[in-house]
Design a protein around this ligand. Structure first.
Ligand code: XUL
Length: 513
């Protein structure tokens, strides 16, 4: 059996799959906001007065890991039969650790919770996460030092990007030089958690490593110029780059004693949530497009040769199964859908029932759905902007429908650089449970949409990576676990139905960004 973890922004989940039985045998999840309220992070990150500064407490992730494994054990999940473990973390988040981290990992005591043992190893008590947009000046400095945005993009697959780890590391070095000096190890959320499971330092994989603005994408090695432009002695603080799912070592004794894992269970390297989702959706090879509707909304597809976004919003990441993937990320995803749902005091079912998917409403009414600083396009708006109508006093149907249309118009507009003509879009993440959303995407993108029946394509992707690296073929794993889609939603409106509203949206976007 193979275990896959998904350490995402708002929760930590796990799936155990068994290729012999061809089925998922256990699934469990911990929601940070409700199950670990003492971290004061209702949506998985700490409150801050500066909307551009978004950090999380890395101790919350490891307390969640103990809680999650405890839940799996008490539900009778066959942890003793797990042969290998991999996982995926929210991308870009960095964890800063002192010299004593490796020694602490080697001697984890099964009698003491992880959080108490790891706490003294942190050289920075918080981790900047992917929602942080506070490093614009560091991005400019990195670009200037390397030569240009285009040069950074040619090497790393993305222009210097505020949420990426390199600019975040530079900001830490500049604002807290002593703590930077006291930092011997800088990990991504993914490699930090993989290290704890293995009881030794784990590498970073090319999928998650390409979200750092530090990796030479083609050579799959840290790039000297980018390292120098970012911070001194960075090379010695970073783990090595190794293929996704490579062996780190047998699982640490802590987990054997505490949760009954076999001492032979192998702990593998992790990847980022989006690269893992590409695998979990069975889209790692065949050029299908995936839309993931999570805390962030992302749109991604596998690509053989890297093509970069001329506007700089899109990224090229490593594909965990070889080659590359293109990705565009939107910060105003579920957080905004949830805010509107809560303001209207309705349930998700009511939210779905109130969505109009082929409306003949006033075609000139559109909105920009940005309530937190947006990544694509870059904008600071903190409230919904309309082209002259009053959003707050509109009916719930109008609010929900224009909000969702705005999200998918924005996505459509910003995927044009990928030059893809999708026949089917595979939709995953919490909001994919809403059939009205699947229909709306089908109508706006003019292709059919399907959703995976398994809850987390990220944890599934990680478990598939673990199974593949234990000798199972990716073809049979994909057939067994990724072929399980809902009946497709096909367009119910003509191709030009949304054209006037889409144009209104683009006009409003261009006038305000
Ligand atoms: C991708 C991105 C987010 C995070 C959180 O570039 O920033 O999708 O991975 O899920």
């Amino acid at each position: 059996m193979f275990l896959g973890f998904d350490a995402s922004t708002q929760s930590f989940s796990a799936i155990i799959l068994c290729p012999k039985l061809g089925k998922v045998v256990a699934e469990e999840s911990v929601h940070f906001g409700s199950e670990l309220p003492h971290y004061d992070s209702p949506s998985g990150f700490l409150k801050s007065d500066n909307p551009h500064q978004v950090h999380a407490n890395p101790l919350m992730w490891i307390e969640a890991l103990d809680l999650l494994l405890g839940k799996l054990k008490s539900s009778g999940a066959p942890l003793d039969q797990v042969r290998a473990i991999s996982g995926a973390g929210q991308q870009h988040a960095t964890v800063y650790l002192k010299e004593n981290f490796p020694e602490t990992l080697r001697s984890l005591n099964p009698e003491i919770p992880l959080v108490d043992q790891i706490k003294p190893t942190l050289s920075r008590i918080t981790s900047p996460i992917w929602m942080d947009a506070s490093t614009q000046s560091q991005c400019e400095e990195i670009s200037n030092s390397v030569g240009s945005d285009q040069r950074v993009c040619n090497i790393s697959g993305s222009i210097a990007t505020p949420r990426f780890s390199g600019p975040q590391i530079r900001k830490f070095y500049q604002s807290e030089p002593e703590a930077y000096c006291d930092t011997s190890h800088i990990h991504l959320a993914s490699s930090f958690l993989a290290s704890i499971l293995a009881g030794q330092l784990a590498p970073i994989d090319p999928g998650d490593g390409s979200g750092m603005n530090l990796l030479d994408l083609e050579k799959q090695q840290w790039n000297e110029q980018l390292l120098t432009a970012t911070a001194p002695e960075l090379n010695s603080k970073l783990p090595n780059i190794e293929t996704t799912g490579s062996e780190v070592g047998p699982i640490a004794n802590y987990f054997v004693e505490r949760y009954n894992f076999s001492p032979e269970c192998m702990s593998l390297s992790w990847t980022g949530d989006n690269p893992a989702s590409l695998v979990g959706m069975g889209a790692s090879q065949s050029g299908q497009i995936v839309i993931s509707l999570g805390t962030s909304d992302t749109l991604f597809a596998a690509m053989q040769t890297p093509v970069t976004d001329p506007k700089g919003y899109g990224h090229v990441f490593g594909n965990p199964l070889g080659g590359f993937m293109s990705l565009t990320c939107f910060a105003n995803g579920s957080l905004v859908r949830e805010k509107i749902k809560d303001q209207l005091k309705i349930s998700w079912d009511q939210f779905a029932a109130l969505t109009i998917t082929d409306s003949d409403r006033d075609a000139s009414q559109v909105c920009l759905p940005f309530m937190v600083p947006e990544i694509t396009p870059k904008t600071d708006s903190s409230e919904i902007l309309t082209n002259g109508w009053d959003f707050a006093s509109a009916s719930p149907t109008e609010q929900i429908t224009t909000l969702l249309e705005g999200q998918f118009f924005n996505m459509w507009h910003h995927m044009q650089w990928m030059k893809l003509l999708p026949e089917t879009i595979y939709v995953t993440g919490g909001a994919s449970q809403n059939p009205a959303i699947l229909q709306l995407i089908a109508n706006i993108f003019q292709c059919s949409t399907m959703r995976l029946q398994v809850g987390s394509s990220v944890a599934l992707g990680a478990a598939i990576i673990a199974a593949k690296n234990n000798g199972h073929s990716i073809e049979s794993l994909s057939e067994q676990f990724c072929d399980n889609f809902s009946t497709p939603s096909t367009p119910t409106v003509a191709a030009d139905h949304y054209a006037p509203r889409l144009q209104q949206f683009i006009d409003l976007l261009e006038a305000s960004t």
